[in-house]
Design a protein around this ligand. Structure first.
Ligand SMILES: Cc1cc2nc3c(=O)[nH]c(=O)nc-3n(C[C@H](O)[C@H](O)[C@H](O)COP(=O)(O)OP(=O)(O)OC[C@H]3O[C@@H](n4cnc5c(N)ncnc54)[C@H](O)[C@@H]3O)c2cc1C
Length: 397
């Protein structure tokens, strides 16, 4: 039986990033990934902020595909709010190359990475975890002091160790397009019940000429039609006429930060822990951010040989203190948003569509920390609060 200090279930960016940090400390770390290629299949629109590259120290070459300066937000009635323009608000990345880069860094630091190895079961025994790992028809048993569950939205580690389930699971669909004629500096966001009930649809130019794009949408549980129906409607948008679909993929976004992310000898991180921004569905930044806290507490636990849930809980306390509030506020905002009718969405966007408000959005808008915008926005446009009673009243039902 192989013995490790740390086993990471899942070779996504979050798991590999946590593994890298622990391997750099000289720990004996193994990553098990069920797929045969890192980064595939892709389930991501690839829109991130500079913070993602800063925190991961990921190479920019071959990874950054385009820079985003602003957004056209399309209301259900078809009017458009244009925000941004002068500064870079987001980066479009090649997600597969990004994942590969982080996995390579983990291996370079000394972590072992086994592809096509699926974690099929895990059990606490005395002061360690014993795991069964399957490759093809063969099963191998490994043992570790700490198991890090970074196995994504459908995490089996979350299930095996009885962690809470995310509040919501958004269903997503996405596609790579060519032959687009887009302004490469701006993304398009579409909101409304006929286009993406419970969330939004996006069109993201993926090169500096605007000739390729990644499009997609997510829907919440209140949708009347299947995902395919909304995807077909998105493709009918005038800006997507006469484009070519190159590749299509789906995915799930778990929302609602978990109340518990540690147990005896076990920690969960990234999508497995629903560490995702509820307003945008962006999980790479919060996931990497929490991986830092996860690795740091795991390292301390190894130094002190303390693997009980009480000690590992420091990780839960740390990440909730740093980023938990932002995620919880995002859930509150989401609750309000999902209760708005198309009529309210039209009115809301109309109120935002003036020079002063747009200036505030451009100054304070931050994809990773959307709550920073709330106060300055209300201060500039107190009339936005007139919508609040409507929202709150609808919220009670
Ligand atoms: C449609 C869509 C669009 C998105 N767009 C964006 C975006 O633009 N920006 C952004 O920041 N985020 C986006 N996200 C979210 C982002 O993709 C995730 O938050 C991110 O991938 C989380 O990384 P992770 O390492 O936690 O999980 P994952 O990337 O899901 O990695 C988990 C890994 O675990 C492996 N695994 C699972 N079970 C096992 C097992 N039993 N044994 C071994 N391996 C296993 C999987 O194969 C996978 O490789 C999007 C998500 C979707 C669905």
């Amino acid at each position: 039986m192989d013995d490790y200090d740390i086993v990471v279930a899942g070779g996504g960016p979050v798991g590999c990033f946590a593994a890298k940090q622990l391997a750099l400390k000289g720990r004996h770390v193994a990553i098990f990934e069920e797929h045969m290629t890192i980064g595939e299949p892709v389930h991501c629109a690839g829109l991130v902020t500079q913070r993602v590259l800063d925190i991961s120290k990921c190479s920019k070459i071959g990874i950054i595909q385009n820079k985003i300066y602003g957004a056209y937000i399309h209301s259900p009635s078809g009017t458009t709010l244009t925000i941004g323009d002068k500064k870079v608000h987001g980066l479009v990345i090649n997600r597969q190359k990004f994942d590969e880069n982080i996995a390579q860094k983990a291996q370079k630091a000394g972590a072992s990475l086994s592809l096509e190895h699926k974690v099929v079961s895990a059990k606490k025994q005395e002061n360690h975890i014993t795991l069964s790992i399957q490759k093809n028809e063969q099963t191998q048993t490994v043992r570790c002091n700490i198991l890090i569950g970074a196995d994504g939205s459908h995490s089996s580690i979350r299930k095996i160790f009885g962690f809470p389930y995310p509040i919501e699971m958004l269903q997503g669909i996405s596609a790579e397009l060519s032959d687009t004629t887009l302004d490469p500096r701006f993304v398009h966001i579409f909101i409304g019940h006929n286009i993406a009930p419970g969330f939004f649809a996006w069109v993201i130019p993926t090169n500096t000429h605007g000739t390729t794009a990644r499009i997609g949408l997510c829907i919440g549980k209140q949708s009347n039609h299947p995902l395919q129906h909304y995807y077909a409607a998105l493709l009918q948008q005038p800006i997507l006429q006469e484009t070519t679909v190159m590749k299509r993929f789906g995915g799930v976004i778990p929302l609602g930060p978990l109340k518990k992310t540690t147990n005896d000898n076990v920690m969960i991180v990234g999508d497995a822990a629903a560490q995702i921004k509820p307003t945008s569905g962006g999980g790479i930044y919060p996931g990497l951010f929490c991986a830092v806290q996860c690795a740091s507490v795991a390292e301390e636990a190894l130094q002190k040989q303390q693997f009980n849930g009480q000690f590992l809980k420091h990780y839960h306390t740390k990440w909730t203190k740093e980023i938990g509030r932002e995620l919880s506020l995002g859930m509150q905002f989401r609750k309000i948003f999902t209760n708005l009718t198309d009529e309210h969405l039209n009115k809301y966007l109309e109120k935002l569509n003036n020079h002063k408000t747009i200036e505030i959005i451009n100054t304070y808008g931050d994809i990773d920390y959307p709550s920073k915008l709330a106060l300055p926005l209300i201060r500039t446009s107190p009339s936005l609060l007139t919508l609040a009673p409507v929202m709150l009243r609808r919220n009670k039902h």
